[in-house]
Write a new protein. Structure first.
Ligand code: CMP
Ligand code: MG
Ligand code: ZN
Length: 344
């Protein structure tokens, strides 16, 4: 297995920290520490993922709780940050954004005290690694071009399996093994949660994931509970899977100036895939067609089919926390509708 992975993924040569290396207070060296506490880029020296994750680990006291050695955490985060391909959307900034969103969602009312420290560690870790070493191409593209990754993972959640494999491969080096003080049993428990969460970010799982979530919430309502009680592993992980899915699909719920930057990055990535499909003589995926109306049409369809139903369900769980998010999402969709009307 190691041999196959070595062909698929090479660990980058990146700075590693040792016990002797001084650890910057905020994880990264910055001349503006006060600003970095509130603002991220470019003050983090192009290391948004390290800066945000280190801060969240500190704020949630995960470093002390799980006896994580700070130099190993920084070595791991640097390697993770350097394990990216030059892609416009699925890069370290997106992972930093999803990590930050997950951190916020974990604090939602109604569920704030539901998850234990171990589940929180797994949730934050899953968010940080969830798209690591993304090639900027979709699963259907990798499958139809019979890529090495699709062959390795038998066409099943190809990218998501790859992200998980890279994340755990980077942990194999002792100097990056942030979980070295966990017992084997704890490690297995953590690993199971991380794998389940990252696999849940495959859009092909969306329908089942959301239907199961809706059934769970309905059942909880029917049993007359005012607050969420989740006893079984399946119920707990189902909420965490939907939470990371929400965090992954949160760019459309952000104010327009932020959201429009994410779409522009995603469209450049999609158009590049469309060019590759054209060059290979394949049908161009609808969202990858270079046409003036593609962006608005795709966003409206994506919001209506996936994002709104997901966030509406999440909103019913954490009511009223997601009300502003749902309003922003509706405004963003209206903005696309107006833009499309002006074009047609
Ligand atoms: P990924 O981040 O791997 O998982 C969620 C997917 O949803 C993401 O890849 C994109 O393919 C898709 N996605 C995320 N945001 C948008 C968006 N604004 N418009 C269209 N598709 C999106
Ligand atoms: Mg993904
Ligand atoms: Zn993602």
């Amino acid at each position: 297995m190691r041999l196959i992975m070595a062909q698929i993924y090479n660990v980058p040569t990146t700075k590693t920290f040792s016990e002797e290396t001084p650890i910057p207070e905020l994880g990264v060296e910055t001349p503006q520490p006060e600003e970095l506490r509130v603002e991220l880029n470019p003050i983090s020296g192009e290391r948004p993922l390290t800066a945000i994750t280190y801060r969240i680990f500190q704020e949630r006291d995960l470093i002390r709780t799980f006896s994580i050695e700070p130099h190993k955490l920084l070595s791991y985060l640097f390697a993770l940050e350097d394990s990216y391909q030059q892609v416009p959307y699925h890069n370290k900034l997106h992972r930093a954004d999803v990590c930050q969103s997950m951190h916020v969602l974990l604090n939602s009312s109604g569920i704030k005290d539901v998850f234990n420290e171990f589940e929180i560690l797994a949730a934050i870790f899953a968010a940080v690694v969830h798209d690591v070493h993304h090639p900027g191409l979709t699963n259907p593209f990798l499958i139809k071009t019979k890529s090495d990754l699709a062959i390795l993972y038998n066409n099943e959640s190809v990218l998501e399996n790859h992200h998980i494999a890279v994340a755990f491969k980077l942990l194999q080096a002792d100097e990056r093994n942030i979980f070295s003080n966990l017992s084997a049993e704890q490690m297995e428990t953590l690993r199971r949660r991380v794998v389940d969460m990252v696999l849940a970010t495959d859009m092909a799982k969306h329908k089942t994931l959301l239907a199961d979530f809706q059934n769970l919430l309905e059942a909880k309502k029917m049993s007359g509970n005012d607050y969420l009680t989740l006893e079984s592993y399946d119920d707990r992980i189902l909420v965490l899977k939907n939470m990371i899915h929400c965090a992954d699909l949160s760019n459309m719920t952000k104010p327009l100036d932020t959201y429009s930057k994410w779409i522009d990055r995603l469209m450049v990535e999609f158009w590049k895939q469309g060019d590759a499909e054209r060059d290979l003589g394949l049908d161009i995926s609808p969202m990858c067609v270079r046409s003036p109306t593609t962006k608005d049409k795709h966003q409206i369809g994506f919001i209506n089919s996936f994002v709104h139903p997901l966030w509406e369900t999440w909103g019913s769980l954490v009511y009223p926390d997601a009300n502003t998010i749902l309003e922003t999402l509706a405004q963003n969709r209206e903005w696309h509708e107006a833009s499309l009307a002006a074009l047609t």
